[in-house]
Design a protein around this ligand. Sequence first.
Ligand SMILES: [Fe+2]
Length: 206
Amino acid sequence: MNTAAVQSRAIELPPLPYEPDALAPVISANTLSFHYGKHHKTYVETLNKLIVGTEFADMPLEKIIKATDGDAERAPIFNNAAQVWNHTFYWHSLKPKGGGEPPAALKKMIDASFGGVDKFKKELSAAAVGQFGSGWAWLVLDGDKLKILKTGNAQTPLAKGPKPLLTVDVWEHAYYLDYQNRRVDYVNALLDKLLNWDFAAENLGK
Ligand SMILES: [Fe+2]
């Protein structure tokens, strides 16, 4: 086996879908550079160190997450793999000049499930703010219904079944440089100005 082949199978840090200053002023270039260039990158590097020479070395990322979920002995692999996936999903859940109204088919489902976009945002904001400590808030498709979930630390709905459509990172590293302890201000600004409805619609397949 040559070295190039081994290296090509390492989990890679996907590129950011926009420039680091593209989400300012809601998320500053400083926050984004640290979050992507230090936190996300470190999860990728740590995961690659943990899986080298193991049964997980050649697995796609999603398969690693599903194979290690709930396995206490494999918790470090799960935590780093899930954080790699969650962060990539988070970058795509945001876009410059986002927010506003969802595309028609998704809007119909949001209206049916939450009673309108504003009520959906309130509910997602409450989940994000109410997550004790580090974690994530999600819009997911569960069967044929849209639901809001929150997960702690690296936990991800991907491992359990409901299909993730959007996520908000509520680890302090996502907002502390810009908002200090005001998580609610970060979440509400993000929902109003950065939410990538097109990405949610793509994930929904509508
Ligand atoms: Fe994060």
